[in-house]
Design a protein around this ligand. Sequence first.
Ligand code: DAH
Length: 339
Amino acid sequence: MKEQLAQIREAALAAVAAAEDSAAIEELRVRFLGKKGEVSAILKSLGSLSAEERPKMGQLANEVRADIESAITDKKAELGKAALAARLESEKIDITMPSKKTSIGGLHPLNTVLADMIDIFQSMGFDVVDGPEVETDYYNFEALNIPADHPARDMQDTFYLGENILLRTQTSAAQIRTMKDRKPPIRIVCPGRVFRADEVDATHSPVFHQMEGLVVDKGITMCDLKGVLEQFAHEIYGPETKVKFRPSFFPFTEPSVEVDVTCSECGGKGCRVCKGSGWIEILGAGMVHPNVLRACGIDPEVYSGFAFGIGLDRLTTTRYKISDIRLLFENDKRFLEQF
Ligand code: DAH
């Protein structure tokens, strides 16, 4: 029996040492130490020994069992470590690999120009207000002294969403909302998107941008209009820029003007950008029509005001010498990255 135990011990330890995974180890545990295992068989047969032999063999069998147990425990730990090491190796992150580039982006040139314009007007005490892009006929036309049958409507090909609902064709609608909302003195600018059913070409887009301005107070005159707009042009285009006020017509102002600045490309000599004239038109303006003040509940005998509407897209294309307005809306990163 002694020899048998020695053989079991030897065979078990060799098998455990050679085991390659935890399933094999488990098999060995059952084979040697399980209830029906080889060591248990020996222990069960101790009864057949003499009283003298029994404790010795019992002790020996228990030692063999303990040896096999500890060999199994050690092997399990060893296999566990090896498995972990293999996993760490196979799941290793290669930190030398270049990471994906994240691009932070930048301001769209229209937004750069807009931010500059807002700065200029805020420094002159204007508030910035917002207005809806979907407007009613009343705010976009009617209250601006453009009744339904007025020929001025032809100048603004309109996207109608319903009988009286439309995409605003001009930020001037914000004048009405502001005057109905606030009491004079009023000094606001309202930048935003406007929409017209225009064919797309190098200078036209069905979506473009304007900034509306409105000042209403007691004693406001054309001099205030000229002063503010001249100051604006000098700050945007430089102090050497000349500003020209041409008589014009808008239904919501009287008198009305259009404002040109000397071409920033040629300084006024005439070039491709200004089509040889030396001037670039940047905005429309005028003294708020008494009908418009009245429509908003402001007494034109007491108050007067001026208003203007600046086209942002033209300002941006001339400032950055962009030859085609479509480039502003295509969102091609290769183009936008240049600014
Ligand atoms: N709304 C005009 C347009 O889109 C621009 C304009 C002209 C705005 C004169 C004004 C103004 O406020 O007084 O053509």
